[in-house]
Ligand binder design. Structure first.
Ligand SMILES: *Cc1c(COP(=O)(O)O)cnc(C)c1O
Length: 374
């Protein structure tokens, strides 16, 4: 008899990450994975190096120093924090803990792809709610909550749209959920958001038993390679995650680098200031050449290449690739007319704008030629 895989698993479309290289191109500009433009703090790199001296030792399974450092930095109780190998691991563990075959896991239409994958991997049914203006719609989400709903995932800000829900909307979403539905607020880009009406979710977690906030070191802290994330949880959820996670799920070098990265507040400030400058610059430059983009409070921008323009997203992606630039295709998110472009270094953003200027010129030329020929 052949092996039988658990229901749902073969329905999973494997997650395809952003590309990191291009055939025939040496140096490339990687803007496909929302990695921090400035890279890691030099102090974090040094801590990582020093951890090389004790690679034969198991890590601290409780990630004690790291949880204490996170607690100090964000004013949270370290006992309520659970660290993971990236927030992806925590998303997976939460799904395993609270959803199973036949249950429903809800998220917004263009929400982060990992939510559907996590749901399918436990045999649960991924359910998506329509968005309004590429933004999560609280009423649409609440309308789709039913007796089988176990988890609602909300990336805030959302990847790939770049939109966010203000704290009041988040509260309203939570108020509309039954107490036996877990609300997971994925705040991977929280550090980039400068809006007064934004809140990453810790207040809701502190006040309720059914809300979790996940965070990551992969974005503004520039430590994506180390796979380091954390969740701020109600006590019972922290207890569940600590039972379910691997005993040594976070490598020691990642813990050490994480502690050092938190201490280097200047590096995070510079990364935020860089994004605050170059994201609006990039959107303005695109607008100047007639290319629309979606407002974003993250470190990335969804750029619109309408199919009917004759200069669609596939053509734009190919054009950028030929110039050594890697954006992210969005077909898997149901956003085939868009490319997602991470905010990189100044020279990288200038290179993208130069390339897209040439692309737009070529497009208008072919439109004119097309008309002339008819
Ligand atoms: C990048 C990202 C994460 C982070 O994943 P890690 O596993 O921590 O690297 C989580 N959620 C969203 C929405 C993201 O875009």
């Amino acid at each position: 008899m052949a092996l039988t895989v658990r229901p749902g698993i073969l329905d999973i479309a494997p997650y395809v990450g952003g590309e990191s290289s291009l055939a025939g191109q040496g140096r490339v500009i990687r803007l496909a994975s929302n990695e921090g433009a400035l890279g890691a703090s030099p102090q974090a790199v040094e801590a990582y190096r020093q951890a090389a001296a004790t690679l034969h030792r198991y890590p601290d399974g409780g990630a004690t120093r790291l949880r204490e450092a996170i607690g100090r930095r964000f004013g949270l109780d370290p006992a309520a924090i659970v660290c993971g190998a990236g927030s992806d691991e925590l998303i997976g563990l939460l799904t395993r803990a609270y959803a199973g075959p036949g249950d429903e896991v809800l998220y917004s239409r263009h929400g982060f792809l990992m939510y559907a994958i996590a749901a399918q991997s436990v045999g649960a049914v991924p359910v998506s709610a329509p968005e309004t203006d590429l933004t999560a719609d609280v009423d649409a989400l609440l309308e789709r909550v039913g007796p089988r709903t176990r988890i609602v995932f909300l990336a805030n800000p959302n990847n790939p749209t770049g939109s966010y829900l203000p704290a009041a909307a988040l509260r309203r979403l939570h108020e509309g959920l039954p107490p036996d539905v877990l609300l997971v607020i994925d705040a991977a880009y929280a550090e980039y958001v400068g809006r007064g009406d934004y809140e990453p979710g810790s207040t809701l977690v502190a006040a309720h038993d059914n809300v979790v906030m996940t965070r990551t070191f992969s974005k503004i802290f520039g430590l994506a390679a180390l796979r380091l994330g954390w969740a701020y949880c109600p006590p019972a959820v922290a207890d569940v995650l600590n039972r379910l996670r691997g005993p040594f799920n976070v490598p020691a070098p990642a813990q050490a680098a994480g502690v050092a990265a938190l201490a280097d507040t200047g590096h995070v400030e510079r990364a935020r200031a860089h994004n605050d400058r170059w994201l609006p610059w990039f959107r303005d430059a695109l607008a100047g050449i007639g290319i629309a983009s979606n407002p974003s409070v993250g470190n990335f921008v969804l750029v619109h290449f309408p199919a009917e323009s004759g200069a669609d997203a596939a053509a734009a992606c190919e054009f950028l690739n030929q110039r050594g630039i890697i954006p992210r295709r969005m077909g898997a998110y149901g956003l085939g007319d868009w490319l997602r472009i991470t905010i990189g270094l100044e020279e990288e953003m200038r290179a993208v704008v130069d390339a897209l200027t040439a692309f737009a010129d070529q497009g208008s030329l072919s439109t004119v030629q097309g008309r002339g020929g008819r």
